[in-house]
Structures are given as structure tokens and as C-alpha cells.
Design a protein around this ligand. Structure first.
Ligand code: PAF
Length: 290
């Protein structure tokens, strides 16, 4: 595995692979790699001959008071994990290489970026969209794999890539979970032992929604209300949001329409750690009587 820090060098390497008709897949990360990231690598390897991983803790997607400074950066450990996972190139630029003096461009992904995560983290999705487009331009991939855990991020990226005619295939990879259902996340390390136990309530809320929709219920607003009570029954939790949304627009959905895809999304604070999780639901998608 080669480690590249210079955007121009990475771009030249990628361009060369394209000339050789090699298929490139990219997995973008902010480091602190865990099993979830490695499952994205495995998916990229199935679909592409050359896999590039990017590690960049992107300052423009963190708001004031968020964890940019304390975000974990175990680079040596990450590089070893990426190498043993069979990544071909690790692109890890410094902030000043991505945003040199005088840098002034940003992408506005439109209304979807202001809902839910976007309303709690103003400017977050503009920062994500901008860095993702920059990293796509630098790594020139045929496909890019993103985790479904960040469902709104995935929908925003799909929207921006479609709207700007980028031409890269965006693949969503299933959420990787611990044995008790907690979605794997670099932020799980912030949880104390008690909080770690309480955090499983997010998955219990998802299981409730799965069970109720499997019965053929379409009243998504009411199911979400019941799931809110499940979260609220656990001490030390505080909901930022929890509801079903239309997967394309991230507008709240109250009643399911056959064949449509929804996300059951939530952000919950457990102690001082903010966790997000979601479940994709297609009305009539095989496991319900919608
Ligand atoms: O999901 C992440 O880790 C980041 O938001 C991403 C896509 C790497 C952009 O910085």
C-alpha cells in the first residue's frame, strides 16, 4: 500500500489507472478505522480492481463546539489496518493541502442539507459535499462506497453527484453492528460502560419499527411516536430527532405509500455522546403486507 499526501500526485496516479482501463473504487473516511470502514473496503474490492482509501478529518464539516480537535487520529494504527485490509493507496492530505490559503469555494446541497442533521449542525452538509467532490476529483474513481449509517449524508452525496453530473457510482454499504445491535462508530469510544449499555436503546427502537411495519402498519408517524417512548424510557438519553423520512428528500413521512423507500432516522444523545442510527424501509418491500 502506498501512502500519498499530495493531491496532485494522487490525481496523476488515478488518471494513469484510468488510462490503463483499471476500475477505481474509493472509500472516504476521517480515520479512526473500525469494522464498519473495513466492510466498505471489502465492498469496494468486489466492485473495483484498485481501491483508494482517503483519511482526512475535514475541518469544514465540524461546527463550533463540535469534536474537531478531539476527533481521534490514530494514523499509524489506521494505516496498518488499511494495509492489512488490502487497500492499494491511502490518500491522507494535510488540511492546508486541501484548503490552501485563498481557498473560497463551497457547495450548497439545497434544502435536504438543512433538515435533521443539517438543522443541528448548520453548514455540516455543505462541508461534507465540498470535501467529497474534491476527493472525487482527486481520486477519479468509478465508484465510491459510503456507509448507510450516515443515511442523510448518503442521500446528500447522491443528490450532489447527480445534480453536478459527476458520473461516479455511489454505493451504499449496510450498517455494521456490534453483537447487541449498536451501530459501529468512531464515536462509540466516548461512551462509559453504563452509557454503552444504554446506547442499545437505539437498536431497540429500530426493532420496534421493523416489527410494526412487518405487521402491515403504514402509520409511520404513530410508530415513530412509540419508538420515541422506548428511547425516553432509558435514563441519560435525549432525543434530537426520530422519525420516518422520504429517502430522497428527507422530508418527514407520516403514512407509507407502497413501493416508496423511507429511512427511519434518529439522533440520540447518550450522556454527552451524540449517536445516530437508521433503518431503510421500503413499503411492500417483501417483509410486510404494505
Ligand atoms: O463519513 C465520513 O467519514 C465523512 O463525512 C466523509 C464522507 C469522509 C467526508 O469527510
Amino acid at each position: 500500500m502506498q501512502i500519498i499526501t499530495d493531491p496532485a500526485e494522487m490525481q496523476a496516479i488515478a488518471e494513469n489507472f484510468r488510462l490503463q482501463r483499471q476500475r477505481i473504487g474509493v472509500v472516504m473516511t476521517m480515520g479512526a478505522l473500525h469494522d464498519g470502514h473495513l466492510s466498505l473496503v471489502r465492498l469496494a474490492q468486489k466492485k473495483a480492481g484498485i481501491v483508494i482509501m482517503t483519511i482526512f478529518v475535514n475541518p469544514t464539516q465540524f461546527g463550533p463546539g463540535e469534536d474537531f480537535e478531539r476527533y481521534p487520529r490514530p494514523f499509524e494504527q489506521d494505516a496498518a489496518l488499511a494495509r492489512s485490509a488490502g487497500v492499494d493507496y491511502l490518500f491522507a492530505p494535510a488540511p492546508e493541502q486541501m484548503y490552501p490559503e485563498g481557498y473560497s469555494t463551497s457547495i450548497d446541497p439545497g434544502p435536504m442539507a438543512n433538515r435533521f442533521e443539517g438543522s443541528f449542525r448548520p453548514g455540516h452538509f455543505s462541508g461534507v459535499a465540498t470535501v467529497v467532490i474534491k476527493l472525487l476529483n482527486i481520486t477519479r474513481p468509478h465508484l465510491a462506497v459510503f456507509g448507510e449509517k450516515d443515511a442523510q449524508q448518503l442521500s446528500v452525496i447522491r443528490r450532489v453527484v447527480r445534480d453536478l453530473n459527476i458520473g461516479t457510482i455511489i454505493e451504499g454499504a449496510p450498517i455494521s453492528r456490534e453483537n447487541d445491535g449498536l451501530a459501529t462508530s468512531s464515536r462509540n469510544i466516548y461512551l462509559s460502560a453504563d452509557e454503552r449499555e444504554h446506547a442499545t436503546v437505539l437498536y431497540h427502537a429500530i426493532q420496534h419499527a421493523q416489527q410494526e411495519t412487518e405487521k402491515g402498519r403504514r402509520d409511520l408517524g404513530a410508530i415513530a411516536g412509540e419508538a420515541e417512548s422506548i428511547i425516553d424510557s432509558v435514563p441519560g438519553t435525549k432525543r434530537d430527532y426520530l422519525c420516518f423520512v422520504d429517502e430522497d428528500t428527507f422530508e418527514t413521512a407520516e403514512t407509507a405509500i407502497p413501493e416508496k423507500a423511507y429511512r427511519f432516522i434518529m439522533a440520540v444523545r447518550v450522556g454527552s455522546t451524540r449517536l445516530i442510527d437508521n433503518w431503510r424501509y421500503v413499503c411492500g418491500g417483501g417483509n410486510d403486507e404494505c
